[in-house]
Design a protein. Structure first.
Length: 229
């Protein structure tokens, strides 16, 4: 009895291509500037992540123009922490068959479909919204004032603003915590560094004595606790 032929192996989701073989879309509406250098430094500190998406027949980039520009900077060589990094022989992935090669997802679409995908990739209306408390919890694992945090957009000033915004959002969403002698509800806002927490139902200020009673997250701003609400 003849054996049935095995089904063909599925095509890989992405293939390695040298960055010089990819064509940026001249009509790409997303303008890139100094953040490309920060992205290049972040890639060198971590690893190359998602594949670039490109049109199959033209090799024109659909999504990943920033990463493509960052890759070209890395191949040209740049300084990182006082050392020369990158260069023409840089490998973005140890599994890549050669230097300068990045993973690319080719899609067989028309020019109009490719343009629509580029617009969709950049459209803020299709993006989610960061949960400030969850973002702070993740950032707390990196420590305050690190080069990596600064390069991804969370320097000390940005962290201060994030902590303040997260605290104000919690207090704005919370029910009234106290009432004045005249019957008016007191309103509070977090202002400045290391503010007191005034959202407890019994009116206690947040400090170490009530830490166990109040749900909190680790704060990259000061290394302490930030109350959730």
């Amino acid at each position: 009895m003849a054996r049935e032929a095995s089904p063909p192996a599925p095509a890989p989701a992405a293939v390695y291509v040298h960055v010089s073989e990819l064509r940026p879309n001249a009509k790409n509406p997303r303008a890139h500037g100094g953040e490309v250098t920060r992205l290049a430094r972040t890639i060198l500190r971590t690893a190359w992540g998602a594949p670039i998406v490109a049109q199959l027949r033209s090799r024109r980039i659909i999504a990943g123009h920033g990463r493509h520009a960052a890759a070209l900077l890395i191949l040209a060589g740049l300084e990182l922490d006082g050392e020369a990094r990158g260069g023409a022989e840089h490998r973005f992935d140890p599994a890549a068959p050669g230097p300068g090669m990045v993973p690319v997802r080719f899609v067989d679409v028309s020019d109009a479909e490719a343009d629509a995908m580029t617009v969709a990739d950049n459209a803020t209306g299709l993006q989610g919204v960061d949960d400030a408390a969850a973002l702070l919890a993740m950032l707390s694992g990196f420590g305050r004032g690190t080069d990596l945090l600064a390069e991804i957009g969370y320097d000390d000033a940005a962290l201060d603003a994030l902590v303040k915004g997260a605290g104000n959002a919690v207090l704005s969403a919370a029910p009234p915590s106290s009432t004045s002698a005249s019957g008016d509800v007191e309103r509070h806002e977090i202002i400045g560094d290391a503010p007191p927490y005034r959202g407890d139902p019994d009116g206690r200020e947040y400090d170490e004595s009530v830490e166990a009673d109040v749900p909190s997250i680790d704060c990259p701003h000061c290394g302490g606790k930030v109350p959730r609400g």
